[in-house]
Design a protein around this ligand. Sequence first.
Ligand code: SF4
Length: 380
Amino acid sequence: MALTDLLLLGRERDLTSERGVSCEGELPPASDPELVERAQKARAQLGSRAMILGHHYQRDEVINFADITGDSFKLAQAAADNPEAELIIFCGVHFMAESADILTGPHQKVILPDLAAGCSMADMAAAHQVQSAWEHFSKLGIAARTIPITYMNSSAAIKSFTGEHGGAVCTSSNAERAMSWAFTQGEKIFFLPDQHLGRNTAVLKLGLSLNDCVVWNPWKPQGGLTDEELLAAKVILWRGHCSVHGRFSIENITDVRTKLPEAKILVHPECKHEVVAEADVVGSTEAIIRTIEQSPVGSTWAIGTELNLVQRLANTYTDRNILFLDKTVCYCSTMNRIDLPHLVWAMENLNQGRVINQIEVDSRVASFARVALERMLALP
Ligand code: SF4
């Protein structure tokens, strides 16, 4: 089977998860008064065979059962560093479980408690769309001079495309290093799938201008760009974004600054460029947590990231004044799909010998994706 077909196959799998085929058998009702007890019992029965990984954006009821918490990169590393765990129960979203499967051994099984826990940003870059953009770059004669960099928040198929074409994966904490490295390998960067992280890093970290960046729109012929624009661009950004971080606006910042002039604005680099440019501190999920940990008692912070994490920080650091930057409540709806009933359902099935919701990346897709991930790990 050609790689393109395998990439399409990866996309088909993604679509299966989007269709919401989440679980077979009976899901415990959320109202079950014995749910926590059932979870504790099932977890104890699994013992050291299983490891539960919990992303920082997960609900408290799930995080309470996590052996390791972290951002997507830290959790992928944790999966790779624990070969003794036969079962990895991944409380996060689909692309994270895929990365864990790619980085773990063949004896390990990665379980996603709800297959409908996808990521809208990762879904904005379909493998066939990326392939067709690349074919256009080839016809224009720029593909050989262009290095793809894909954010961790992308499907295995996109990571595989990146690895095959000489590129690397990046995270929000090493995007600057990844893009600097890419410019030592080629003249242009094709940044997938988050236009905001790509633009913010290019402009605010590497000193490029906004005019050096163009946006490839997969829904328009030739990405909506002229050949001249593509030839002149230093960074070709994919038209993707995070629906959660994309909500924060300049109005939110102005509002907070007016009402609470002492507040510092702390945002994730997935936010829009004007928001990031106006913030006091910008950092990855792990950097946001560190910033609050190290902040003085009594300080005030308005944070622009996923609400579960902001609430957890507010509940943990009660001697700081911690607010959500937006006025309206906004959780990541797909992260929130993993709840205690799904976790209990997954653990009880595993205890009964049924491996459910296993995430398995095709071996050829995985091999190129691993190349892209390993290039990231080897970044200078
Ligand atoms: Fe995807 Fe954004 Fe949700 Fe993260 S917060 S999983 S990038 S939609």
